[in-house]
Design a protein around this ligand. Structure first.
Ligand code: SF4
Length: 353
């Protein structure tokens, strides 16, 4: 399916999610939220990687109160992740959080949720109904796992709407990709609220990144998903890098350089893997979305190198650099790296100027 109409837009601390806005990259800290300096330092790393919304775990009141100090030291909107106890959401709102994530599977007090909703409405703070396959409400037993996740979300949407609240975002996360995709398909037919998409507990990279890319990629390609989080057992900056690669792969967003390189084969006469690793490092800090190709021989090398903004077709002892399809330099193997980066810098300057 391809989703034909836009979701509603929700504003989270100045970042628009849904309504046709660019798909937003988010992540979650892995520090103890009560440790303000460690949490702020990790959020600074995430910001540097391009994270646009960040979530923190709020396991107790001290963590909720820490939000005030964390908020003062960061530059992106902060979301409080709440399970079990609605009072943690109330305290997080008091501390100045920009949005809440509530798990309908384990926050059972209806009165409590109603109090949170009333406070969130008064402050225009959005709430994500964050359904997880591993913690569904126990009384929802009918249908497949995907259907049960959707039922849990719909019931909570109904409850919030009954309280005259519509600053809602939805997620339905499972480890299994087909289940997750089926759940979001079903949800997209039932609601126009923006969707937060991810594969939960995807594992460590690279397997977790691939699993996430498959699940999130399928959905985004079908027009489903307004914000994404890649969940990895790794430092969270890796989640943000993976999320951006997913968006760049689908041409949905631009974020820094795109590196094209051949896999190498028996025709390759240079240490292309070593060269590409160095180029990748050097391109990390490039602000503009240049496409840079590094190719190992004359078979596909000149073609790909010509297609890129800047390309190197490397051969035995020497290579050719292309800029916007034009051959601009013949270079020796010893200076592949320096000459390629010099042309990249020229290109960046001319784009900026
Ligand atoms: S460009 Fe050349 S070296 Fe690279 S994979 Fe293709 S044939 Fe092999």
């Amino acid at each position: 399916m391809t989703r034909s109409s836009k979701t509603r837009a929700v504003d989270i601390g100045g970042v628009t999610v849904g309504g046709g806005a660019p798909v937003v990259v988010q992540s979650m800290t892995k520090t103890d939220t009560r440790d303000v300096s460690a949490t702020v330092a990790q959020i600074a790393e995430l910001e540097a990687e391009g994270c646009e919304l960040v979530r923190v775990a709020v396991p107790d009141m001290e963590a909720a109160r820490a939000i005030t100090a964390i908020k003062k030291a960061i530059h992106i909107p902060l979301i409080a992740d709440i399970h079990f106890d609605h009072r943690l959401a109330l305290e997080s709102l008091k501390a100045g959080v920009d949005a809440l994530r509530l798990n309908p599977g384990n926050i059972t007090s209806r009165q409590g949720v109603a109090r949170v909703v009333a406070k969130a409405r008064a402050r225009h703070i959005p709430i994500r109904i964050g359904v997880n396959a591993g913690s569904l409400p126990k009384d929802i037993t009918e249908g497949s796992l995907a259907q049960r996740m959707v039922s849990a979300a719909l019931r909570e949407i109904g409850f919030l709407e009954g309280l005259d609240f519509d600053l809602i975002k939805i997620s339905l996360k499972a480890f299994d990709v087909p289940t997750t995709v089926a759940g979001y398909h079903l949800m997209a037919r039932h609601t126009r609220y923006p969707l937060h998409v991810g594969i939960t507990e995807a594992g460590p990279p690279p397997a977790g990144s691939i699993r996430s890319a498959v699940g999130i990629g399928i959905l985004l390609h079908q027009g489903i998903g307004d914000t994404i989080r890649v969940s990895l057992t790794s430092p969270p900056a890796e989640e943000v890098r993976a999320a951006w690669e997913i968006l760049k792969s689908l041409n949905l967003r631009e974020h820094g350089a795109v590196l094209v390189s051949c896999p190498t084969c028996g025709r390759c006469d240079v240490d292309l893997q070593g060269l590409v690793a160095q180029v990748e490092q050097r391109l990390k800090n490039l602000g503009s979305p240049l496409k840079v190709a590094v190719m190992g021989c004359e078979v596909n090398g000149p073609g790909e190198a010509r297609e890129a903004d800047v390309g190197l077709a490397a051969g035995k002892g020497r290579g050719v650099i292309f800029k916007k399809g034009e051959k601009v330099r013949t270079v020796t193997e010893a200076s592949f790296m320096d000459d390629l980066m010099a042309v990249v810098a020229e290109m960046e300057d001319s784009n900026a100027g």
